[in-house]
Structure formats: structure tokens, C-alpha cells
Ligand binder design. Structure first.
Ligand code: NAD
Ligand code: MG
Length: 403
């Protein structure tokens, strides 16, 4: 029986993860569930999954959580705050699902890696901000990192595994060498988001609800906006760089509107391996929970005949400028990806609040990157400081130029 901590249990990934967990009561037990502020949703999950511990990240809601658990007659312990999240990620669980959105997930993700857990990484912002630190923590902690992002999970599945491939296996050895494995390129697929085919002129008056209406995936609002701007793919390019040791010129983005081919790996001999499946995150979660075994996920079988065709096209880098901003941040190195991420989080939150126009998201990120030169990213404290400073710069630039 594996004990599982689901960090971000009330979110979209949290729900998919718990759905898979519930299908395998003989294998998995949700021992820790966490949420940001939504006490009612967290208590409802506790009533269903009976974890040992429930954590509300915002300490202002701790007493409401205690009250809710007592009223529901549950023996689940309550805790609050980032220290509790860190402690739970490194406590007595076997698997940590890092499904908090944004930089807020960094410290608990790192704590799980340091403690040698099997880390199921959905929180891509953590690896974008602190890729080197996170992978060192996985190596030094002696645990494993298995990507949940569907593209990276697909790549993981298409890379060589098993005896003799330890140096190229995604993890537990994160410092692999793609060239030695005969890998030429990683082809990262992108749906293109809800505005694929549109031009800049069409996007000036986009509303948050339009941006969040993703054609293939149902996700949280932040990642939905990232998908609409193509920043999601930009973050995923940086994620692929760190997780698979791929250079920027080895990572190509291919738009694939059906979201059936989740990504591909091209080898030196011309072979291209792909992982296919319906767009449902439970496949990646079931794969990573049971790896190297395979278990039922609840995802419907892929019906290729019904699909009929799969299409591929180049991304429109002029309309969706965030993709190239991410490549630039990756090339600049050091703290640049953390600055990119912080500015993007500020911009997306302002767009969702209705205070920043859709097209200004890329402009704000570009201006923030220009205002802050990249520095070495060697310590967690330094990265947290960079994140905070970049947010302040972005807020200031936004007030001055965009609002
Ligand atoms: P979501 O908004 O649906 O859920 C986010 C979860 O994090 C919630 O449980 C929320 O309570 C918690 N949270 C939010 N802010 C927090 C804070 N400050 N402190 C602590 N907890 C906080 O988001 P999601 O779509 O489930 O995405 C979660 C992560 O997974 C993101 O990093 C996203 O990029 C990644 N991801 C999501 C999908 C998907 O299909 N949803 C796919 C690939 C990767
Ligand atoms: Mg993805």
C-alpha cells in the first residue's frame, strides 16, 4: 500500500489524481490532501478519502478547516501554512503529487525531492524557476521524478529505459545525455489553444472566459490562459530542457490540434517514437503512480478510426510571442526563466482580473525580462528573491504602461 500526498488536491490535476487513486484502493491511499483556501472542497475530499492530514495553505482558514473536519465527524488532522506543506511533502508518505499551481508550489516540490519521494511533477513552474536545484535535490535525495505534464510524460515513455539505459533514463538519474542515447530531437506537441489560426487583430478584446475555453483539455484557469498565449508551451520547452537534458535546439514545438499525440522522440536512425492517447490527465497520472507497472486509469480507449486523421502545423510565433520569450529566457539562463515565470504569473492574474488586455501579457513579460538581467540561479533563497523582485517590477511596469 502506497501513501500518497496530493498537494493541490482541490484542483484539476488533484481531481484526476484522486479519481485514479479511488480506482485502486488495494494499492493507493490518499494520506495527505491540501488546498489553498477552499475549505469546503477540502473537507468534502476528506470525507471521501479519509486522509490522515488536511492542510490549508492560507493560515487564515485554519480554524474553518478544523471546524469543518469536526462537523463532518472526521479524525483527519488539520494544519496550515507553507511550513506544513513542506513538512507533509517530506513526511511519511511514499508518493507526492505536486499539483499546486505556480511558484507557490516550489518549496513543497523541492522538499519532496530532497526527501527522496517518488515525485509526480505537475507543478511545471517549479522546474522552470529552479530546474538545476530541483534535479540536484532528486539526485541527492535518492528518489524519483516522473513527469505528469502530458508531453513530458509522453517523452518519458518514449525514451529508453531498463538495464544499460540508466544514464539516459528520465529518472531516477536526471543527468542523462540524449546524444549518447541516440536521440536527435524531442518534438513537443501543442494544441495551439483556443485561438489557433487567429491573428493579432482578432485578439485585442479577448475575455478571460474565451481564453479559458480550451478546445481539448479541461484545466485550471492559469494554465488555460498559458495555453491560449502559448506560454504553456514555452514553459514546457524549459521543463523539457531540465527533465531530459535537452538543448534548446533539440526541442521543437509542433502544433497538433487534436491533442492525441502527446509528444515524440526522434532517434538518430530516423525512428520517431510517439505516445498517443485521449486528452485526459488520468493516463499520465496512472502511468506515474504505478510505473513501471501499468494500471487502469478510467480513460476511454483511443478510437483511431473515429478520429480519422491527425494534423500537424508550425506554431504562429508572431501572434503568440510568449513561445519565443521562453526560448530567449532559456538561452539567457540563470534566473531568466524564474523572471519569465514571475512576470507571466502577474500578467495572467491581471488578465483574469480584467485589468490587463490579452495581447499585453507578452509585452509585460518582455519588459520585465528587459528590466532584470539574468544572474546565477544557485540558491533557493536567491530564486525566491528573484521571484519577488520580478513580481514587483512587473506590477510597476503594468501600472505605468498597461493599465
Ligand atoms: P488548478 O487551479 O485547478 O488547481 C491548483 C491547486 O493548487 C488547487 O488545489 C489550489 O487550491 C492549489 N493552490 C493554488 N494556489 C495555491 C497557493 N498559493 N498555495 C497552495 N496551494 C495553492 O490548477 P491545475 O490545472 O490543477 O494545475 C496544477 C499544476 O499542474 C499547474 O502547475 C499546471 O501547470 C500543471 N498542469 C496541469 C494540467 C491540467 O490538465 N490541469 C496539465 C499539465 C500540467
Ligand atoms: Mg502540457
Amino acid at each position: 500500500m502506497k501513501n500518497i500526498a496530493v498537494l493541490g488536491a482541490t484542483g484539476s490535476i488533484g481531481a484526476s489524481a484522486l479519481d485514479v487513486v479511488a480506482r485502486h484502493p488495494d494499492r493507493f491511499r490518499a494520506s495527505v490532501l491540501t488546498a489553498h483556501r477552499n475549505v469546503d472542497a477540502l473537507v468534502a475530499l476528506c470525507a471521501r478519502f479519509r486522509p490522515q492530514l488536511a492542510i490549508i495553505a492560507d493560515p487564515a482558514f485554519e480554524s474553518a478547516l478544523r471546524r469543518g473536519l469536526t462537523q463532518a465527524g472526521l479524525s483527519t488532522r488539520a494544519a496550515a501554512g507553507t511550513d506544513a506543506l513542506r513538512a507533509a511533502a517530506s513526511g511519511d508518505c511514499d508518493i507526492v503529487i505536486a499539483a499546486i499551481v505556480g511558484a507557490a508550489g516550489l518549496e513543497s516540490t523541492l522538499a519532496a525531492a530532497r526527501a527522496g519521494k517518488r515525485l509526480l511533477l505537475a507543478n511545471k513552474e517549479a522546474v522552470v524557476m529552479a530546474g538545476a536545484l530541483l534535479l540536484d535535490a532528486v539526485r541527492n535525495g535518492g528518489g524519483e521524478l516522473i513527469p505528469i505534464d502530458s508531453e513530458h510524460n509522453a517523452i518519458f515513455q518514449c525514451l529508453p529505459h531498463g538495464p544499460g539505459a540508466a544514464d539516459v533514463e528520465c529518472l531516477p538519474n536526471p543527468h542523462r545525455n540524449l546524444d549518447q542515447a541516440g536521440v536527435r530531437r524531442i518534438l513537443l506537441t501543442a494544441s495551439g489553444g483556443p485561438f489557433r489560426g487567429k491573428h493579432r487583430n482578432d485578439l485585442a478584446a479577448i475575455t478571460p472566459d474565451q481564453a479559458c475555453a480550451h478546445p481539448n483539455w479541461v484545466m485550471g484557469r492559469k494554465i488555460s490562459v498559458d495555453s491560449a498565449t502559448l506560454m504553456n508551451k514555452g514553459l514546457e520547452v524549459i521543463e523539457a530542457h531540465w527533465l531530459f537534458g535537452a538543448r534548446a535546439d533539440q526541442i521543437e514545438v509542433v502544433v497538433h490540434p487534436q491533442s492525441i499525440v502527446h509528444s515524440l522522440v526522434e532517434y538518430a536512425d530516423g525512428s520517431v517514437l510517439a505516445q498517443l492517447g485521449n486528452p485526459d490527465m488520468r493516463t499520465a497520472l496512472a502511468h506515474a503512480l504505478a510505473w513501471p507497472e501499468r494500471i487502469e486509469s478510467g480513460v476511454a480507449a483511443l478510437d483511431l478510426l473515429k478520429l480519422g486523421q491527425l494534423n500537424f502545423e508550425a506554431p504562429d510565433r508572431e501572434t503568440f510571442r510568449c513561445l519565443d520569450l521562453a526560448y530567449c529566457a532559456l538561452a539567457a539562463g540563470g534566473t531568466a526563466p524564474a523572471i519569465l515565470n514571475a512576470a507571466n504569473e502577474v500578467a495572467v492574474a491581471a488578465f483574469l482580473d480584467g485589468t490587463l488586455p490579452f495581447l499585453a501579457i507578452a509585452e509585460l513579460i518582455e519588459a520585465t525580462l528587459a528590466a532584470m538581467p539574468a544572474e546565477p540561479a544557485d540558491t533557493l533563497e536567491g530564486l525566491i528573491y528573484t521571484d519577488l523582485t520580478a513580481r514587483q517590477h512587473a506590477q510597476r511596469i503594468m501600472r505605468r504602461s498597461f493599465c
